[in-house]
Design a protein around this ligand. Structure first.
Ligand code: GDP
Length: 589
């Protein structure tokens, strides 16, 4: 792209674009010279335009590649067990004599020479977080459904995720070893949800497995390869790599490590890369068996070392020509991300204009609840943070003041204490007793969970507790006027004339401290406070259903027999935590 074209696309003048280019230290000869993609991105970011790198395979050497598979399904249906079982059959496990480690991805090799790459983070959070960041890494989704439990909310959620991402599904009916397993019922349920199963004339393959007994795994792998064959997956092999981070962690000795999957091209050791907003020079590439390799090709999961900071799951990896470029691009991206983050924060804040405030004075103030999020890997940190934000409502604003990888630490407790925050940990180790004690002493709440739904439910209930609620008028009781008594000519000391309504409470309770409303033929004719409530000449605080009483409403002299008197009370209605069939959650105010 030339400067002229870039200026046109960004809606800026050529002079502005030229000015930015000079500012970043690039030389310009002519506005018709082509710009490198890195400089074009920098300029666009500086102007405030969002950039997405598109990669073209035109004219490149393309070859078939392995499929990349994600396992999804309802909680407890056996996603982790299935991944564990499959990992045992992986190349890394074979090489390491069965000892494997969770690194975010693994490869299973077939006798035919074909292979399948599995993303080793089960669940929807990781899948959607990656997709939300433009990292469409998954080719096929394995939908795990327990044969003894059938289709559940998160099964449907997984189906919608796959559909939204246009990713085909292979169904694994798990726990077929169980005596109450009923795979046929699962198939009927799936078909009823619109999944076109192969045996019913559709194209979605179904495999019956038992993750625990390692039965049917080979059939599942065959089904995945068949699906991949139908998709005719290909990738460019030559040229600079385009890759995505699937997981990142900090190693004490080696620094930031990222597990990545190459989407196209070849990643070579020694190259300078920009990863999301971080950068680095690739010091080493290892395959999933931890063997050092010189380069990585498409669909290959690798671990890269040499980054300056910890990237996030879903970050793109682009190769740039020099360290200076990498530094510049990373700085540019950081600046843009921070700007976007602040804009988003501003948008999320309650926009209470003066008019709105005047209009509804009864509306409670929005309470800010500070949170610290800790999770096992960067991808989940992001996913949990995003999921938690969905619980924001007009009454409670969850403010994530810090989010990070690793177990809850003393510094988290210190920060939580300083800000009055609550700490949520997802998939992290229980803190040692010293930290737990420190938290108790500092009165800091720590909520640890391993199931995202449970975490959201817990925070949802916490929000409900913190929410100020809205004051609502409710009818606590109703009385009917049966007689009217007048007290006339009372002395000054005893006050003016009064009219007493002789009533019977027909519903609920009538209390003295409440407001009373007089209704005639359903119409409100008077509303005022209760001046006196008596039962058999005794002053009382409340009268229950079925009892007679004498009642005086302050300044009301207009009772008629047959009128209804309602007793009104103010109740504080708290918001509600609601979860839908699909597993989606929200706070209803
Ligand atoms: P996830 O929440 O989907 O990751 O489910 P897990 O893999 O943690 O499994 C949930 C429970 O089901 C665990 O107690 C497993 O031992 C059990 N489980 C998983 N797969 C099977 C299976 O094939 N057969 C039987 N009988 N139990 C299984």
């Amino acid at each position: 792209m030339t400067i002229v074209e870039l200026a046109k696309r960004c809606g800026e003048s050529i002079a502005t674009v030229q000015h930015i280019i000079v500012n970043v230290g690039e030389k310009i000869d002519s506005e018709f010279d082509p710009l490198s993609i890195d400089i074009a991105e920098l300029v666009a970011m500086e102007i405030g335009v969002n950039v997405c790198r598109l990669h073209s395979d035109d004219g490149a050497h393309v070859l078939g590649r392995s499929p990349v598979v994600t396992v999804m399904g309802h909680v407890d249906h056996g996603k982790t067990s299935l991944l564990d079982a499959l990992r045992q059959t992986s190349l890394a496990a074979k090489e390491a004599g069965g000892i494997t480690q969770h690194l975010g991805a693994f490869v299973v090799g077939m006798q035919s020479g074909a292979s399948i790459t599995f993303l080793d983070t089960p669940g929807h959070a990781a899948f959607s977080a990656m997709r939300a960041r433009g990292a469409a890494v998954t080719d096929i989704v394995v939908l795990v459904v327990a044969a003894d439990d059938g289709v559940m909310p998160q099964t449907l959620e997984a189906m919608s995720h796959a559909k939204a991402g246009n990713v085909p599904i292979v169904v694994a009916i798990n726990k077929c070893d169980k005596p109450d397993a009923n795979p046929e019922r699962v198939k009927v349920q799936l078909a009823a949800e619109g999944l076109l199963l192969e045996e019913m004339g559709g194209d979605v393959q179904v495999v019956e497995v038992s993750a625990i007994n390692e039965v049917g795994l080979d059939k599942l792998e065959d089904a995945l390869l068949l699906q991949a064959e139908l998709m005719d997956l290909k990738a460019r092999v030559d040229g600079p790599a385009q890759a995505y981070v699937v997981e990142a962690r900090l190693d004490k000795g080696r620094g930031p490590l990222a597990t990545a999957i190459v989407k196209a091209g070849t990643l070579v050791c020694g190259q300078h890369v920009v990863v999301g907003a971080e950068w680095g020079r690739i010091r080493s590439i290892r395959d999933m068996a931890r063997k050092v390799i010189a380069e990585a090709r498409p669909a290959m999961p690798i671990e890269i070392e040499g980054l300056k900071g910890l990237p996030m799951a879903g970050d793109d990896i682009v190769v740039v020509e020099s360290e200076e470029r990498a530094r510049m691009l990373s700085e540019g991206r950081k600046k843009k991300f921070e700007k976007d983050r602040l804009t988003k924060l501003e948008e999320e804040r309650p926009k209470a204009s003066e008019e709105e405030e005047e209009e509804d004075e009864t509306k409670p103030e929005r309470v800010e609840v500070p949170l610290i999020v800790k999770a096992d890997v960067q991808g989940t940190v992001q996913a949990v943070t995003d999921a938690v934000k969905n619980l924001n409502s007009s009454q409670v604003f969850l403010k994530v003041i810090h989010a990070g990888v690793g177990p809850v630490s003393q510094s988290d407790i210190d920060m939580a204490q300083a800000c009055g925050a609550c700490i949520v940990g997802f998939n992290v180790r229980d803190p040692p007793s010293s930290i737990a004690l420190a938290a108790t002493q500092a009165k800091v709440k720590i909520k640890l969970h391993r199931v995202i739904y449970h975490l959201l439910e817990d925070i949802g209930n916490f929000i409900v507790e913190k929410a100020p609620g809205t004051l609502e008028t409710q009818v606590a009781g109703e009385a009917q006027v049966l007689n009217i008594f007048e007290l006339k000519g009372r002395s000054k000391s005893k006050g003016d004339d009064v009219k007493i309504a002789g009533c019977r409470v027909i519903d609920g309770r009538v209390t003295k401290s409440s407001t009373l409303r007089l209704l005639r033929s359903g119409e409100v004719v008077f509303e005022g406070s209760c001046a006196s409530l008596k039962r058999e000449k005794q002053d009382v605080e409340a009268v229950g259903k079925g009892n007679d009483c004498g009642l005086v409403i302050k300044d009301c002299f207009d009772f008629q027999v047959g009128d209804v008197i309602q007793c009104l009370v103010q109740v504080n209605r708290k918001p509600k935590f609601v979860s839908s069939e699909s597993g989606a959650v929200r706070i209803e105010c």
